[in-house]
Design a protein around this ligand. Structure first.
Ligand code: HEC
Ligand code: HEC
Length: 362
């Protein structure tokens, strides 16, 4: 009798383990390997799976994570504008609250070492904790967010599938959204096609490329690399002389310094990628420039001396790189080749609720 009981137990436990390991058989997400991109940094504790990305995509587009259920990540990060909030200078969050900085686009995030204009989040997973509880953005405490998600059968099933049958918490929510965000890779601009030898730059575009990457010309390459490294940003922080400030404490926005507390970091901001730049106006952390031409004019003749001005702003003595009208046109023409219309129309990144409107999350 005892052996019989033991056998029954054995069968039960093995089927239990089998069904669990069947559940764990998730499909790893296959990332592209774009030409002239450095190797993509992976997260060791958040492996990206097809199922995890699908869940994260729902959460990204779901207003369930805001207090009054009106704002989702996608309210401010819109696919058609490369996940920026163009043409708004400042996005509006919950109750119409105006943000303090311009909303950056979201793509190629895995390559960054820090997030936000001031670098206050170190990982993509970490970043997600900020907007949800930020009073101006989504204003929801995590216990309520978690409770709402747990109440939804739709999400319970998805979380079970992706993470196994463990309690849903803020860490898992952020991991799922981060998986979706990691798949937002922009690598299909005209410039990428040129790098893949599928297309050619026009004479003007090529001149623009040379101007950006020649130290004796516009010298943009140290901060916005487009040559050996096609991410169009070094991923570092810098001060590019948008304001004349002699005492670091007088910067209107302390930027990186507000986070690190170091005087030498005051007025430094995350160097944005120039990819998809035509889609993401207005420009700079405070959205002060309306057009690409305004930015080019600034780098050409509008630089200001500033306490923490980057040493790489080598043209400060002449207040800029002093481009001719023709060269400004060429530079702009090259910047336009960084527009990735495949990325902004990729249905894998679009709102899943409009496709599967029958699937309710609550
Ligand atoms: C109300 C508008 C708004 C909402 C909602 C919002 N964001 Fe943002 N997001 C911003 C703004 C503004 C910034 C820049 C803030 C700063 O740098 O201080 C930002 C920055 C980011 C960054 C940093 C990008 C970079 O290059 O450093 C990421 C990633 C991001 N948001 C993802 C999300 C996710 C995920 C959600 C949903 C959980 C979300 N955002 C919700 C406005 C918003
Ligand atoms: C010393 C590093 C550095 C150099 C050199 C540099 N930039 Fe920048 N660039 C930055 C930083 C930092 C910002 C963001 C500044 C801010 O928001 O206050 C920026 C912002 C921009 C933006 C706005 C992007 C956005 O999303 O808002 C454009 C466009 C741009 N730079 C183009 C150029 C061009 C073209 C050149 C060469 C003429 C150049 N940059 C040279 C550091 C640099």
């Amino acid at each position: 009798m005892r052996t019989f009981f033991f056998l029954i137990c054995l069968i039960f436990t093995s089927t239990f383990f089998l069904s669990n390991s069947e559940k764990a058989a998730l499909t790893p997400y296959k990332f592209p390997n774009p030409v002239a991109f450095p190797a993509m940094p992976q997260s060791s504790d958040n492996p990206v799976t097809i199922e995890g990305v699908a869940l994260g995509r729902f959460l990204f587009y779901d207003p369930i994570l805001s207090k009054d259920k009106t704002i989702s990540c996608a309210s401010c990060h819109k696919q058609e504008f490369a996940f920026s909030d163009s043409p708004n200078k400042f996005s509006k969050g919950i109750n119409g609250q105006v943000q303090k900085r311009n909303t950056p686009p979201l793509f190629n995030l895995a390559w960054y070492q820090a997030y936000f204009w001031d670098g206050r989040a170190v990982t993509i997973e970490d970043q997600i904790f900020f907007p949800v509880r930020d009073h101006l953005e989504m204003n929801l405490d995590w216990p309520t967010a978690t409770r709402r998600i747990q109440k939804s059968k739709f999400y319970r099933d998805q979380f079970d599938l992706v993470f196994g049958e463990v309690a849903i918490d803020s860490i898992l929510i952020s991991k799922a959204i981060a998986q979706f965000e990691r798949t937002l890779i922009s690598h299909n601009s005209k410039f990428d096609r040129v790098l893949r030898r599928e297309d050619k730059l026009t004479t003007e575009e090529f001149r623009g490329f040379e101007i950006m990457n020649d130290q004796s010309m516009a010298d943009c390459l140290h901060c916005h690399s487009t040559d050996a490294n096609a991410l169009a940003t070094s991923g570092k922080f810098g001060n590019n002389g948008i304001d004349a400030v002699e005492d670091p404490l007088n910067y209107r926005d302390f930027g990186l310094g507000g986070y690190t507390g170091k005087l030498s970091d005051y007025g430094k901001f995350k160097i944005p990628s120039l990819r998809n730049i035509v889609l993401t106006a207005p420009y700079m952390h405070d959205g002060r420039f309306k057009t690409i031409r305004d930015v080019i004019d600034f780098y050409s003749t509008g630089l200001n001396h500033s306490a923490n001005l980057d040493a790489k702003m080598t043209h400060i003595k002449t207040r800029g790189v002093q481009l001719t009208e023709y060269d400004k046109n060429c530079l702009e023409a090259f910047l336009l080749t960084l527009t990735d219309s495949v990325f902004i129309s990729n249905s894998e990144h679009s709102n899943p609720f409009t496709i599967q409107s029958s699937k309710r999350t609550e």
